[in-house]
Design a protein around this ligand. Structure first.
Ligand code: ME8
Length: 510
């Protein structure tokens, strides 16, 4: 039986247009999902849209349409982004799906039956932008800690007994030291829980765009209980004896931005424990992008549209940049010059030139016939090939840690070494003096290009496919078991190679 891997993105609020931040989270999941599939896992990769709540209802009212019409229309923007970014998600969930209503009502009923929900009344501060409740003591200058405005809310409300879950959560964290990453964020979560938890208001009566509370339809469920439940809805857990649920739950990884870690690392595990469901294995909170040093926001008018970037620079260039530029987990700044540098230096020069130089020489000097590895390795051959052999495990370890930038750094270390090797061996000079040695050198290099091309597939699916296609790696030979198939290509005939990564003129950008 194949190993399974279930990975999720946050589901995005439909009141906003998709921007670089949304693309970033889903991209990280896409890289992981693709990597795991190539590594012989059966994968379920879930993304989608969060369509309920006061924020969405207000946006629909502003647009002068019903919330359902509004969400039908704007969720398509996110669907379009998944296509444009070449995301390989297996499903795109929408919280307005009927099965999701059933799922939310089922979890509610479980919490109710297990005695964790009571009816009372809420009075306090609510931030619609964050869809979160705040105590007076948490406000900063009369605003939510995120800077969002808050409003005073007084209404009947059901409460979840979150306060009772402090110790079980702390015990769980203790037993599962990798539950939240990066470690610094996990520490913040532990400090927060150690500080004590208050019962959580989980229903609202002052608007109606949400899932009705079973048996009390005056109330709609708090949007975060509804939203988090999407992760199990997608496993069809409401179906009796659901195979999908058995196969996929608990999730292996919930990928989120640091802004919503508390909901995932505190509330969600508490809901799941209270409903007697298993907890996800890991939650990774990545950092935030700023734009040329400024916070990205609609009001500042500096929102970065991923579609514009893709059209201008190419999809795989953007995918590479986002995964390479900023250590995953940290905040990062988006700058045009950093993007151009990565495109020209890492892609066009390092990888693009390596591949183009080697393939042109095979094409011109060996009639296009791919040579095998040398029978007698010289020291330089052996050391480059040894480095190449160690690469897959190194990359795998970084991917399992969600250190995407480090995975790419490892790959580019090998590319740099291969470029030094070409310069030193100078196969173009060997053409006149020792054609056997020339073929040996090109044989080593084509093996580097093959393994690098296989390993870059999750990051740059199209560009990698082009490179692999040029060296005649069949589609059935592109999974990671083939990494160790040395000499797979020997004797295959290549065509005239074409550059895969065009350079961008920096001067043009002004
Ligand atoms: O919070 N940099 O949805 P949301 C990096 N519906 N990532 C960013 C970003 C930035 N500048 N801006 C947004 C919600 N993100 C809820 C989630 S899940 C059960 C419900 C990303 O549309 C990041 O992943 O506000 C962040 O967590 C997410 O978008 C918030 O998306």
């Amino acid at each position: 039986m194949k190993k399974r891997y279930y990975i999720t993105t946050p589901i995005y609020y439909v009141n906003d247009n998709p921007h670089i931040g949304h693309a970033y989270t889903t991209l990280a999941c896409d890289v992981l999902a693709r990597f795991k599939r190539l590594d012989d896992y059966e994968v379920m990769f879930l993304t989608g849209t969060d369509e309920h709540g006061q924020k969405v209802q207000i946006a629909a009212n502003k647009a002068g349409v019903s919330p359902q019409e509004f969400t039908d229309k704007v969720s398509k923007n996110f669907l379009y982004l998944t296509e444009k970014m070449n995301f390989s998600n297996d499903y795109f969930i929408r919280t307005t799906e009927p099965r999701h209503y059933e799922s939310c009502q089922k979890i509610w009923q479980k919490l109710m039956d297990n005695g964790h929900i009571t009816l009372s009344a809420y009075s306090g501060w609510y931030s619609v932008r964050d869809e979160a409740f705040f105590a007076e003591s948490e406000l900063i200058d009369g605003k939510a800690p995120t800077g969002a405005p808050v409003e005073w809310v007084e209404e009947p409300s059901y409460f979840f007994d979150l306060s009772k879950w402090q110790q079980p959560l702390l015990d769980f964290y203790e037993k599962n030291p990798d539950f939240v990453a990066p470690a610094s964020r996990f520490n913040e979560i532990k400090r927060f829980v150690e500080g004590g938890l208050k019962d959580l208001s989980i229903s609202r009566t002052t608007f109606d765009w949400g899932v009705p509370v079973p048996g009390d339809p005056e109330h709609v469920m708090y949007v975060w209980l509804d939203a988090l439940t999407n992760y199990i809805t997608a496993t069809n857990w409401t179906e009796p004896n659901s195979e999908d649920f058995k196969n996929w739950w608990p999730a292996d990884l919930h990928m989120v931005g640091k802004d919503i870690l508390r909901f995932h690392a505190v509330y969600w595990p508490a809901f799941l424990m209270a409903a007697e469901l298993d907890l996800p294995s890991r939650i990774f909170a990545h950092g935030w992008w700023t734009n040329e040093g400024e916070k990205i926001s609609k009001s500042l008018g500096n929102v970065i549209d991923p579609i514009t970037l893709i059209d201008k620079y190419g999809l795989d260039q953007i995918r590479y940049f986002l995964m390479r530029e900023v250590p995953f987990g940290r905040d990062g700044d988006f700058s045009q010059s950093a993007l151009l540098h990565r495109i020209n230096s890492d892609l066009a020069n390092d990888l693009g030139n390596l591949s183009q130089r080697v393939l042109s020489q095979i094409f011109k000097n060996l009639d296009g016939k791919i040579p095998s590895l040398p029978i007698n390795l010289l020291d330089d051959d052996a050391s480059l090939l040894a480095m190449l052999k160690e690469l897959p495990d190194k990359v795998r370890a970084q991917i399992d840690n969600q250190s995407f930038h480090d995975a790419l750094r490892q790959i580019w270390n090998v590319i740099a070494e291969a470029n030094r090797y070409v310069d030193k061996q100078a196969p173009w000079a060997l053409k006149k003096t020792d054609t056997d040695r020339m073929a040996d050198v090109l044989g080593v290099l084509v093996e580097v290009i093959r393994c690098v091309g296989l390993l870059t597939q999750p990051f740059m699916p199209d560009a990698s496919a082009k490179i692999l296609g040029q060296i005649k790696v069949n589609e059935s030979e592109r999974t990671f078991v083939h990494l160790s198939d040395v000499n797979l290509l020997s004797g295959r005939i290549i065509e005239k190679p074409e550059g895969v990564f065009p350079r961008h003129q920096i001067a043009e950008e002004g």
